[in-house]
Design a protein around this ligand. Structure first.
Ligand code: TXA
Ligand code: MG
Length: 342
């Protein structure tokens, strides 16, 4: 584990980054922080290195990976074509939490794209990620650095808990900022399509380029998603999670209903509402009036519930605008689409 200060301003040089990048260049897998979640990186041009990612995570091989770059110039070797719209989006939001899908050129290893003729690329804005990518100077394939199915890691400790002994190293840059994964935007269509809501919101994109579509599968759980990864169960804590849509009083009534059945009940709430409940375990997740703080803490809180003895977790629901879209998308997945509606 190499510790690095988040802003990379404390040292004149960073031998930690040198060592980690050397491992990447030697076909090893290394976890590193990004502004969204921790990623598990490998040289995207090496089939053998990329295979180690799938093995370490237990990830299904039909789920393609995002290629991370530290310099826009790397794009030319990876993608066949960059549309005018894609260029505008890159200029506005890269480096940053948005991944773009392009027609691929065939420079990255076949297992990165899981046999698709498109490739996902993103330039993260985290100073540590950028420094590592620049030093490695190869494109780096990196999914989130969790065991498949678990919440994505927002700290080096989360990565340790899931992957200790299965990977070559972790660059520890503290907790990540956004806390949810990047937006995945398909730019191969005339009107871009959001395949996964994330750090850059639909509203932000529309302000820049006009109409943006949303993959039908995000609205209707019976539709097959265009992004292979979106079909898998995700983020679930050990105890079943249920989202309660209604007032605090209504949620408290549900707590009592489950307790009467002899169940230990956990509640996922926010700082504003934490005193509204009496339950076996109450965990707070950010401030409701600043949804980005809820997003930032969500995965940590979902993981934390596993430290407590609860039989069921009831969660408050959140408005689906701005970052709330990504937040509810992840919460609904973690709940396996289970709701109680007032
Ligand atoms: O914020 C993030 O995006 C993080 C950090 C580490 O960068 N990475 C991440 O990767 O979330 P991962 O592998 O957990 O999610 C990648 C998503 C999956 O849903 C995958 O199916 C989709 O992107 N994807 C990758 N390539 C694709 C392609 N060519 N077409 C459609 N979807 C693609
Ligand atoms: Mg993931």
């Amino acid at each position: 584990i190499w510790s690095v200060d988040k802003e990379m301003k404390n040292q004149d040089s960073y031998p930690q980054i040198e060592e980690a990048s050397l491992l990447l260049r030697n076909q090893e897998v290394v976890a590193f922080p990004t502004e969204t979640v921790y990623g598990l990186g490998a040289d995207a041009t090496s089939e053998q290195a990329v295979d180690k990612i799938f093995k370490a995570k237990g990830r299904p091989s039909d789920n393609p990976l995002i290629v991370h770059i530290g310099d826009v110039e790397q794009l030319d070797s990876i993608v066949a074509e960059v549309s005018e719209t894609a260029r505008e989006i890159m200029q506005a939001f890269w480096p940053g939490p948005i991944t773009l899908i392009f027609p691929k050129k065939g420079f990255v290893a076949e297992n990165v794209t899981a046999g698709l003729d498109s490739v996902a690329v993103r330039m993260p804005s985290h100073p540590v990620a950028l420094a590592l990518l620049k030093k490695a100077s190869v494109p780096v394939a990196a999914p989130s650095a969790n065991l498949s199915g678990k919440p994505s890691p927002t700290s080096a400790q989360h990565v340790m808990n899931d992957l200790e002994g299965r990977i070559s190293g972790i660059v520890d840059g503290g907790t990540t900022g956004v806390g949810l994964e990047s937006t995945v935007l398909d730019c191969t269509e005339d009107i871009p399509v959001i395949l996964r809501p994330g750090g850059v919101t639909k509203e932000q994109l529309e302000a820049l380029i006009g109409e943006v579509r949303v993959d039908q599968a995000l609205k209707d759980e019976k539709e097959a998603p265009k992004s292979p990864g979106m079909k898998y169960t995700h983020y679930a804590p050990n105890a079943p999670l249920i989202i309660v849509k209604g007032s605090e009083k209504f949620l408290q009534e549900q707590v009592e209903y489950f307790q009467k059945q002899g169940k230990k009940v956990g509640v996922l709430t926010t700082h504003e509402n934490k005193n509204s409940y009496h339950a076996d375990q109450i965990l707070t997740c950010g401030y409701r009036d600043k949804l980005e703080t809820v997003a930032s803490e969500l995965y940590h809180v979902l993981r934390s519930f596993n430290d407590y003895d609860v039989d069921v977790i009831l969660s408050e629901s959140f408005p689906e605008h701005g970052v709330g879209q990504a937040l509810m998308n992840r919460l609904v997945k973690a709940a396996g689409h289970q709701f109680i509606v007032q």
